[in-house]
Design a protein around this ligand. Structure first.
Ligand code: DGY
Length: 324
């Protein structure tokens, strides 16, 4: 009989549950939808858990952590992103914090490349045209997009995902690949990618893929001023976090032709309301944050989050340790 307890804030894939069952008695919020904040607080007040397995939609703030109580060992998020967790507050209480790095790199990189192609080649407009009966006889200048070869690719954030986006896109034949990060990284040479400062990325690149985390430093890095510096033909793709782009400024930049187009898998806010001006713009392709939506990734994310919980209650360092 398991003597440890875990609270899981959502229905998660079965492999994760099976793993947790090896060690824990499991209580979970039995829904595919996000747990309301107060429901989470009350659940944690009502019973004392050794581990908390949460999602990126759960704000793990001081109120939640107080409710959880001092016996809690670990907060394990089933996500790579962890901006929803107050690390300082966790640290103050001595809780471990862990994420699920590595296992969604390929799925997010695949989707980022798809989004870049969808946006550059105007694929959603083509699909809609067929569905809406707007496909007439062949026209020489209909739905013409931008080719990738001989153009300049920029990657903002050359971490695991950024690198794997570059690796996949390189065979398309870019004339040059630049990247911007906090510092130069040695593995960039495998892409023949050259380090540039942010200004260089903005001014030199035809395509910019945003693959970074959301931090106070990256918040709204793409804004009115930076769009002005980008090429009018530039295409911006974001699979990192919505908050890296100021969306009001993005609307203006796309409307005024300051940049050509944008592909977003992440937005601010999420979900982006249907009435948001970006939703109806032809030069903005929006996906509903589905970068890691593959069974391979999701099963692996659930397993690694479960292993992190187990490590946390067994006095081991979790594999996705991000405790400060
Ligand atoms: C993550 O893991 O942070 C992604 O954004 C969702 O899978």
């Amino acid at each position: 009989m398991p003597d440890k307890t875990v609270y899981v804030t959502r229905r998660i894939p079965q492999p994760g549950i099976d793993k947790l069952k090896e060690v824990f008695e499991i209580d979970h919020y039995d829904s595919d939808d996000a747990i309301p904040h107060q429901v989470l607080v009350e659940a944690l007040k009502a019973k004392k858990y050794d581990a908390l397995l949460c999602m990126l939609t759960d704000q793990i703030d001081a109120e939640v952590l107080d409710a959880a109580g001092p016996q809690l060992k670990i907060v394990a998020t089933m996500s790579v992103g962890f901006e929803h967790i107050n690390l300082q507050e966790c640290n103050k209480r001595g809780y471990l914090v862990a994420n699920t790095p590595g296992v969604s790199t390929d799925s997010v990189a695949e989707l980022t490349c798809s989004l870049l192609l969808m946006t550059a080649r105007r694929l959603p407009e083509g699909v809609d045209a067929v569905k809406n009966g707007e496909w007439g006889l062949w026209k020489p200048m209909w739905l013409c997009g931008t080719q990738l070869n001989n153009r300049v690719l920029g990657i903002y954030g050359l971490g695991r995902i950024g690198f794997n986006v570059g690796r996949r896109l390189k065979p398309f034949g870019f004339s040059k690949i630049y990247y911007t990060d906090v510092h130069e990284v040695s593995y960039a040479k495998d892409l023949d990618a050259e380090f540039t400062d942010f200004e260089g990325l903005l001014t030199k690149c035809d395509f910019i893929c945003v693959c970074c985390n959301l931090t106070p430093q990256t918040r709204h890095m793409f804004n009115r001023d930076t769009f002005k510096k980008m090429k009018n033909t530039a295409i911006l793709v974001n699979s990192g976090r919505g908050g890296v782009i100021n969306h009001d400024d993005l609307v203006d930049a796309l409307r005024s032709g300051e940049i050509q187009a944008c592909g977003l898998d992440v937005t601010e806010p999420e979900p982006l309301p249907k009435e948001h001006p970006l939703v109806s713009m032809n030069n903005c392709v929006i996906l509903p944050h589905m970068g890691s939506n593959t069974w391979d990734s999701r099963n692996a994310m659930a397993c690694i989050a479960a292993r992190n919980c187990i490590a946390g209650v067994s006095g081991q360092t979790p594999e996705g340790n991000i405790s400060t």
